[in-house]
Design a protein around this ligand. Structure first.
Ligand code: NAP
Length: 351
């Protein structure tokens, strides 16, 4: 099987530390890889785009990181070669994985972190980073109870769509923020009780008027003024989970929140809590979470919307070079669901 592989393949690398993704990355043609004893060689078919791809290129995950280094958090593909010690995987088998270096036509992944999937479908990508983030953080910190009120920001996005559905499945009343009517319609289709298009309604006003008792749980990923509004709207014993602060990612400054001055008093007065969550700190729960999400999906209890560039003026994202456009697309706020890039080496080689 391995002998049929091309001698070289294309990959993206980070060659400059900056949050400007296009300036940060370059492409290389490199010799085909050979798996070590515990490794799988995977031909990537679909890779996931994450808001934090630009934090990664800026070196914010690891301040000691020095270019060049690989990038790309997750993918779904097929096994094309296996290391000598690998038992449970076969050539041609579909696998999903979270591992650095996914923005490449081929990638080596330790077999013990790869999960077999029934088919190499794009629909499995959203469950890796985005689905797990919602699932594990809501269990760990949300501690949802039926009847509680949950606000999800960026609710129509890659991870927001899962927070909405998991909170609904737990019997909660779910509010979701978004910026277009199309996203409002999408949110209704996945069970969101109160979509708020913040370009038409002010979030703070809706929360004050319609939820005077305050929010029980907030799944918050925007930061800045949205974070402040969420803090102010927390109810008694409310829990705010800081998933991210995307409004600060494109700036050099990051996140400067005036709310920090008043935070202790605000939390104390309501016995409320704010906690940070970073998926990579919960690796021991990846396997169990992925299985639960896939099983809900296969049973029709969870939808996984993917966006391959449906609102992108220059069309679908195909080939490793199109990752640059896909990351740019994320920051246009036009995407719905999880942004996925399809990797097809024949098309990539034309770019
Ligand atoms: P996404 O939600 O698919 O896309 C980002 C969405 O955020 C946009 O479509 C937009 O939706 C909204 N948004 C609001 N203000 C924005 C701004 N200033 N710039 C760009 N987008 C803005 O992206 P994602 O990858 O799933 O990530 C969403 C958030 O979750 C990010 O903060 C990310 O860092 C975080 N995250 C954290 C973890 C973790 O382990 N902690 C893991 C995965 C993701 P509207 O226009 O509808 O508001």
């Amino acid at each position: 099987m391995a002998s049929a592989l091309p001698r070289t393949f294309r990959k993206m690398i980070v060659s400059k530390l900056t949050q400007n993704f296009k300036e940060a990355v370059t492409f290389q043609t490199v010799p085909m890889l050979k798996p070590g004893p515990g490794d799988l060689l995977i031909r990537n078919r679909f890779v996931g785009i994450n808001a934090s791809d630009i934090n990664f290129t800026a070196g914010r995950y690891d301040p000691t990181a020095r270019p060049p280094f690989d990038i790309g958090f997750e993918g779904v593909g097929e096994v094309v070669d296996v290391g000598s010690d690998v038992q449970k995987f076969e050539h041609g088998q579909g696998v999903a994985y979270m591992s650095n270096g996914a923005f490449a036509e081929y990638v080596l992944v330790p077999a013990n972190i790869a999960t077999p999937v029934p088919a190499t479908k794009a629909e499995y990508v959203p469950f890796l980073v985005s689905g797990r983030t919602a699932d594990i953080s809501l269990q760990e910190f949300g501690k949802l109870k039926a009847g509680e009120t949950v606000l999800v920001t960026a609710a129509a996005g890659g991870t927001g769509q899962f927070a909405v559905q998991l909170a609904k499945a737990a019997g909660c009343h779910v509010i979701g923020t978004c910026s277009t009517q199309s996203k409002v319609d999408f949110l209704k289709s996945i069970g969101c009780d109160r979509p708020i298009n913040y370009t038409e309604e002010k979030l703070a006003d809706v929360l004050k008027k319609e939820y005077p008792g305050g929010l029980d749980v907030v799944y918050e990923s925007i930061g800045g003024p949205t974070f402040e509004t969420c803090i102010k709207s927390l109810g008694f014993k409310g829990r705010l989970i800081v998933i991210g602060y995307i409004s600060g990612y494109e700036s050099d400054q990051g996140f400067i929140a005036s709310v920090l001055n008043t935070l202790p008093q605000r939390l104390l007065s309501k016995s409320a809590s704010v906690c940070g969550f970073l998926l990579f700190h919960y690796a021991n729960r990846y396997s169990e979470s992925f299985k639960r999400l896939i099983s809900m999906y296969e049973d029709g209890k969870l939808k996984a919307a993917i966006d391959n560039g449906k609102n992108n003026p220059s069309g679908r994202f195909v080939g490793v070079a199109s990752v640059v456009d896909a990351v740019k697309y994320m920051y246009t706020k036009k995407s719905e669901g999880k942004i996925v890039v399809e990797l097809n080496p024949e098309e990539t080689s034309k770019l």
